[in-house]
Design a protein around this ligand. Sequence first.
Ligand code: CLF
Ligand code: SF4
Length: 504
Amino acid sequence: MDLPVIESKPSPSGACQAGGCGADNGRMAGAGLPDALRARVQDHPCYSEEAHHHFARMHVAVAPACNIQCHYCNRKYDCANESRPGVVSELLNPEQAVRKALAVAAAIPQMSVLGIAGPGDPLANPERTFATFRGLALKAPDIKLCVSTNGLALPDHVDELARHNIDHVTVTINCVDPEIGEQIYPWIFWQNRRIHGRAAAAILIERQQRGLEMLVARGILVKVNSVLIPGVNDRHLKEVSALVKAKGAFLHNVMPLIAEAAHGSFYGVMGQRTPTPVELKALQDECAGAMNMMRHCRQCRADAVGLLGEDRGAEFSLDKIAAMDIDHDAALAARLEWRAKILAELEAKRAAVSSQPAQLIRFQPPASRPAAEAVGRPVLMAVAAKDGRVASHFGHAKEFLVYQASSAGASLVGQRRADAYCSGAENCDDDAALLDRTLAALAGCEVVLCSRIGYEPWGRLAAAGISPNGEHAMEPIEQAVMAVWHEMLAAGKLAAGPAAAKRA
Ligand code: CLF
Ligand code: SF4
């Protein structure tokens, strides 16, 4: 069987182009990217918003140790720089990790990326991390390799990352000022010494920046994660965003702090406030003037498996894998077939969009509706989505994707977690307390699109000023969102004014 061609990496100047791609290219694998760059991100669910509807990632928890302490971390849980605390991952050795990755890649043809993101720091465990990458690269060379690090050990490992053909590296950079850093990091462990306070933060920041520059110089795509900590780095992250973009980072992912007393982290115990969805979006919007922002991160676990937003890890415990009968050649063929099909569909979509007049790009209304002139205020709409379509029952949704619709088109601006409160297949009327929580999670949205919805939630949404809409079931999300926006425009509901300003 022919193996896929591994893309050669562009020169450092190509990577500078990566840093230079505009914030308007909010979908990251869209028409605005140079072809060579698009080829590198179009099947990575984190680096391409489009891809996240179609391609899956998995993490293997092979990295137990960490070389720093973050105030939002409790070592009982996974590294909070890349994954949310919750349940401790099943720690694997490299051989087990490769076996698990191959089993997942055989069962889920959408799988395109293997990431190592914890439970500690992958580069504080370099032997285990690189042994895992080596093992998988030999047996499944079509799978992209991805790593997420706090950056302290990064300069020591950039050459090895490049040698292993690791094309996507995430560095968590929460600050570029040691005065702010000492409020986030109580200590680091470096050169066989524990270093505290501002001196520790200064070393960490210097190592992160040096590592970023070295990666960019080698043409490796860099995503920067930042944890938004209200009152600590919220006013500072715009400066971080501008700096990492200037140094050639491809993408910036500002994630909300998770701090709950039950997690036992310093911030959790001290009652540090977490940001609201509105604060998160406002900061992402501010940074977007200078940087290409990621809006679809799910803060997934260090052993997450599947499409972003779903976790199929329980299907692939070591005992279940041992019982699986796997045909690796057939699995590889299925992955390549899936990839070719999805990429052809995305290419066709791009070609259709680029053949339209520039001012009508992005889902203009049917001829019977008003043209997409620059009138009408932006509207936030929550979508119960699956595979890029309006495809989930309202009561079954565990998350809603939030799109902003305006005369400029539809763009993803975030996601809100929800509890799937409905246990029945035919209605959505089950659990009132869970419904209350879902309603609270949808604050600020004016419309909810879903494939079906029951009478009770319909009435509750309407009473809360949110219009439920089940008329676009199975349509592609952006097409459905823009159709609803144009209906609202035609009905005279989108005049700019105080009410609109208040909602935004
Ligand atoms: Fe994993 Fe991270 Fe690679 Fe993605 S996750 S190592 S870049 S393959 Fe993705 Fe998960 Fe957000 Fe991370 S949604 S937490 S950004
Ligand atoms: Fe915890 Fe990750 Fe910070 Fe290490 S880098 S202390 S594992 S959040």
